[in-house]
Design a protein around this ligand. Structure first.
Ligand SMILES: [Zn+2]
Length: 99
């Protein structure tokens, strides 16, 4: 029961400055990179006529430590920060989590 409560709390953005992490894997060298995402600066309000649940969009450009591959990550989130869909360039999406 306690675990479920904690899980539920993590689903909602009660904290206006929530911090998230997205993990991606470089398709060139295989490096796994954690990207810090702050709701206050990285969440862009989205309006999607085809999907009313789509509330925020996050766009990140990522460069790893071991190569010069420029990666791009786009996340579409609901208002509760649940991932709706993911788009990547030059990398593989691994996960998106609250800190
Ligand atoms: Zn790389």
């Amino acid at each position: 029961m306690k675990l479920i409560k904690r899980f539920m709390r993590n689903l909602f953005l009660s904290d206006p400055a929530a911090v998230f992490y997205a993990a991606v894997k470089c398709s060139d060298c295989g490096e796994e990179i954690n990207v810090r995402i702050e709701s206050s600066t990285d969440f862009q309000i989205a309006y999607n006529a085809h999907n009313a649940a789509h509330c925020y969009t996050i766009k990140k450009e990522i460069i790893g430590k071991t190569c010069f591959n420029l990666m791009e990550l786009t996340l579409a989130l609901t208002k509760n920060a649940k991932v709706l869909f993911v788009d990547t360039k030059a990398c593989e999406f691994l996960k998106f989590d609250k800190e």
